[in-house]
Design a binder for this molecule. Structure first.
Ligand SMILES: *Cc1c(COP(=O)(O)O)cnc(C)c1O
Length: 381
């Protein structure tokens, strides 16, 4: 489905760390953070051990605690909702836009108005690298005294209103798992405008040590959410090649668009809204309702083409069904999208020939997975 793009120069920098005495808490993490700030104009960057860890710390900084509500999307990776549960808060899911698959800003406004003061955070996710409707979400959250924490884990390099995602709310979080646009193996990074929050993040990631990192002096409940030096070195090296990494993914997305745009039964990813720039994380197409998505996937698999349903909604995960009693039907747009979307193999080094093959197999798979139209009186079969 995906493949990290690791080149000899990336390996060389990791190798340099391995030959040095500092494998953790050394200069490479600081360099990665400084390079990130320079590249994306973020005032402060704090590297952490994963995107999930970053989201967790951002909610702690926002003061999220027992019984608070965090408005977020059911159409996301489970981490963006789980982090609310870590602090005994409750995710308040709202439905998504059927075209962008991001939070529907009108539904966010409704939820803010209904839940009023108990919403401490709105946590939009830039799904698949497509920026969420940040201007409206930030404005409405402000009006209700809620903070915005951006889950930008799928969107490094994306822009909204001409500004890099992650810098539009109180904090933004990136993730560097190997399927992301750039990788550190495991890893994440928080950006924020607040120097106070940045200090807090540095303390929280390092077992609650105080500002000067004094040896074994712990002033708050912290975590081991540190990024190690080898991972940071990979981050530094990948960031140097970031434009190239994004461009090669955009090239592959362009080839998919060419091959699939006239294919019956397929809806392609939406184009970018004005002032926005998408960063390609995955290539997800939506199949029309008359195509049996799972049957199409099986045909693709038989032809050696991997594909995945993407996402499976968070509220329908067994944990959420059991804990909160969701049964389906609560978020009809997210559920309909989840039933009909399909992620195709995607990374920056797919060849034109490979994409031709995927496209050919997809056309066959769709043709074979069409549900027969009902006869005059009959039901769907
Ligand atoms: C990748 C990702 C994360 C973070 O994942 P980690 O594996 O913890 O780095 C968070 N949210 C979304 C939407 C993601 O895609």
């Amino acid at each position: 489905m995906s493949a990290p793009d690791v080149q000899p120069e990336d390996i060389a920098l990791v190798d340099e760390v391995l030959r040095s005495p500092s494998l953790s808490c050394g200069p490479m993490v600081e360099r990665f953070e400084a390079d990130w700030c320079a590249r994306f104009g973020a005032p402060h960057a704090v590297a952490v051990s994963s995107g999930t860890a970053g989201l967790h710390l951002a909610l702690i900084a926002a003061g999220v605690t027992s019984g608070d509500l965090v408005i977020t999307s059911p159409f996301s990776f489970v981490a963006s909702a789980n982090v609310a549960l870590y602090e005994r808060a409750l995710p308040l899911f709202v439905d998504i836009d059927p075209v962008t698959f991001n939070l529907d800003p009108a539904a966010v406004a409704d939820a803010l108005a209904r839940a009023a003061k108990s919403v401490k955070v709105v946590l939009p996710v830039h799904v698949f690298g497509q920026p969420a409707a940040m201007e409206r979400i930030v404005r409405d959250a402000d009006r209700h005294g809620a903070l915005v924490i951006e889950d930008a884990c799928e969107a490094p390099g994306a822009q909204s209103g001409g500004r890099p995602v992650g810098t539009l709310g109180a904090a933004g979080v990136f993730g560097f798992y190997p399927n992301k646009q750039m990788t550190t193996g495991e890893g994440g990074l928080i950006v924020t405008r607040s120097s106070e929050w940045a200090r807090l993040f540095r303390s929280l990631r390092n077992q609650g040590r105080d500002d000067d990192g004094t040896w074994l002096r712990h002033v708050r409940l912290g975590y081991n959410y540190r990024l190690d030096e080898m991972s940071a070195a990979l981050g530094v090296a990948q960031l140097r090649r970031f434009d190239e990494l994004l461009a090669s993914r955009a090239r592959v997305a362009g080839l998919y668009r060419e091959r699939l745009q006239n294919m019956e039964g397929v809806t392609l990813p939406p184009s970018e809204p004005d002032g926005a720039r998408r960063s390609w994380f995955v290539y997800v197409v939506r199949l029309t309702d008359d195509v049996d998505r799972d049957a199409a996937m099986a045909t693709l698999a038989a032809a050696g083409v991997p594909s995945r349903p993407y996402f499976s909604p968070i509220h329908l995960q067994p944990l959420y069904r059991e804990r909160f009693g969701y049964r389906g039907g609560e978020f009809p747009v997210a559920e309909a999208v989840a039933r009909t979307t399909l992620a195709l193999p995607f990374h920056g080094r797919l060849t034109s020939g490979q994409i031709d093959y995927v496209a050919e197999c997809l056309a066959d798979a769709i043709a074979g997975a069409r549900r027969r139209p009902a006869r005059s009186t009959g039901a769907w079969t």
